[in-house]
Design a protein around this ligand. Structure first.
Ligand SMILES: [Zn+2]
Length: 503
């Protein structure tokens, strides 16, 4: 009989790594992610913790559900431990993975260009892109094992993976959900329940929550930005470079479009960072922009003008590169997003958008926005404020009540993001790089932007299967979320069904 072993993301949300061990001892790994927050050591995950601490000589293949760092970040360690097998992932993930790993290597391993190139060459040779919906044979000899990837609606390329294991004329299906998206994730089609699975390993990040609806979250995003605008401050949005950043841009472009403003509404920005651009990261709108506005002033609402003046800053070279790949992979976007493109709009590359690339411009932008009181929205990584450029903004702006921090993603316990989210609204403090920062800036959380399914979405995912599973294993969630989801699953599924939820 096969076995499922969890090497990470058991009662937390990071370090995803599961092993499907077949009856003959051969096995397949599903994801190989980094630990973050309290699941890592206080100063971040240690080398010892990240090293692969289980035997891998019988591991035949690795399957990647999606390219978030907490699902792929330990691949370099897996290779260092000697893994040379194939790495299966969806076609879009195959485009995104080298970039994610290149960044992970620079942060955690080495800046040596040659070493990085050699590692990426290895990875590229090991990658086996799989088309969504197609069965692929993973292991031919008995027990035969096939796999299929189905869109999970979480980030571009995300998939849940179904294994069909054939033993002595019997077939068993085991499903690993990876991270499942919410139904209204921007750009992506919603995940659909599979026809059947016998065992489901299900994520439970938001197993104890219900998200706001799409309309409410967009409205709250608009209001939060307008409030900050009234104060003449900056809205800081910590976000993963991949997925969340593109989702936010998509929604911001829609708000700007709906406000009926933007001289270049729906138009692609031609030349970023140039002197003639109306929006720059550090300066006021250029003269050209001011003149261009006057002719239309009468027609626009005051609110529209305010949105027209707002600059959206993506302060992340990585996010900018992902943006470009996201745009290349538009055949994988959902219908609505492709419709906007057809109508001449450019949801990920619009007029108000400025990308900050090099480090000097980044530092200048932090200074300029912290002191000028010029309205702007800054989207920067990391999503949980554990490092990256967002930390420089936080250090410069948390003490000033004109600014706002807007959380749109899950903040794992033990991360600075969670501390700001929890203690910020009561005037608390946060420790960043061993220095205490009092929080006077506004702090808000919008739940609806989660790239994760909520409790009801997760229950529906299982319930809508034509042949529901006999066993659901809950992973990738904090204990409270797992307990609530377990109760909801047991209640929703028919009483005659045998359902066990391991916690
Ligand atoms: Zn994820």
């Amino acid at each position: 009989m096969h076995q499922i072993i969890h090497h990470g993301a058991v009662d937390g949300v990071t370090g995803s790594c599961h092993e499907l061990r077949l009856a003959d001892g051969r096995s397949v790994l599903i994801d190989c992610g980094l630990f973050q927050g309290v699941e890592a050591a206080p100063e971040g995950a240690t080398f010892e913790q990240l090293q692969i601490d289980f035997p891998i000589d019988h591991v035949q293949a690795l399957v990647i559900t999606h390219v978030h760092i907490d699902h792929v970040g330990r691949i370099p360690y897996l290779l260092a431990a000697g893994f040379r097998g194939p790495i299966y992932c969806s076609e879009p993930s195959a485009h995104l993975l080298p970039l994610v790993l290149e960044d992970a290597l620079k942060v955690g391993f080495t800046r040596n260009r040659d070493l990085i190139e050699r590692f990426l060459d290895h990875i590229t040779q090991q990658l086996r892109p799989v088309r969504y919906g197609e069965w692929v044979t993973l292991l031919e000899a008995a027990p035969r094992c096939r796999l299929k990837l189905t869109p999970a609606g979480h980030i571009l390329g995300s998939a849940f993976v179904t294994f069909a294991v054939h033993t002595r004329g019997r077939q068993e299906r085991l499903l690993f959900s990876g991270d499942l998206g919410a139904p209204h994730t921007a750009l992506l089609p919603a995940p659909r329940s599979p026809h059947r699975a016998d065992v489901v390993v299900l994520e439970s990040t938001y197993g104890d929550r219900l998200h706001e609806g799409r309309h409410e979250r967009a409205e709250r995003l608009r209001q939060a930005i307008e409030r900050a605008h009234d104060n003449g401050g900056t809205v800081l949005i910590p976000a993963f470079s991949i997925g969340r950043t593109q989702e936010l841009l998509y929604e911001l472009e829609e708000i700007i479009y709906q406000q009926g403003c933007g001289r270049g509404r729906g138009r692609r920005r031609g030349h970023r960072h140039t002197a003639t651009s109306r929006h720059t990261a550090t300066g006021q709108s250029s003269q050209q922009g001011k003149q261009g506005k006057q002719g239309k002033q009468g027609q626009r609402s005051r609110r529209g003008q305010r949105w027209d003046e707002l600059t959206i800053v993506i302060d992340s070279p990585l996010a900018a590169r992902f943006n470009r790949i996201y745009q290349r992979l538009r055949p994988y976007w959902n219908k609505e997003a492709r419709g906007r493109l057809r109508r001449g709009r450019h949801p990920l590359s619009f007029d108000q958008l400025v990308t900050v690339d090099d480090h000097d411009t980044h530092l200048r932008t932090v200074d300029a926005l912290a002191s000028s009181g010029r309205p702007a929205v800054v989207i920067a990584a990391s999503g949980m404020c554990t490092g990256g450029r967002i930390v420089d903004y936080l250090k410069a702006m948390l003490g000033d009540e004109r600014h706002h921090v807007l959380f749109v993603g899950h903040q794992a316990s033990g991360t600075p993001g969670r501390d700001i989210q929890q203690y910020g609204p009561n005037g608390g403090h946060v420790v960043l790089d061993n220095v205490r920062y009092d929080i006077r800036a506004g702090v808000e959380t919008i739940g609806g932007y989660s790239a994760h399914a909520d409790r009801d979405d997760l229950v529906r995912f299982v319930k809508r299967m034509r042949h529901p599973p006999r066993e659901v294993r809950l992973v990738h969630g904090e204990p409270g979320a797992q307990a609530e989801l377990k109760a909801a699953l047991l209640q929703a599924l028919p009483a005659e069904q045998i359902l066990t939820c391991h916690q």
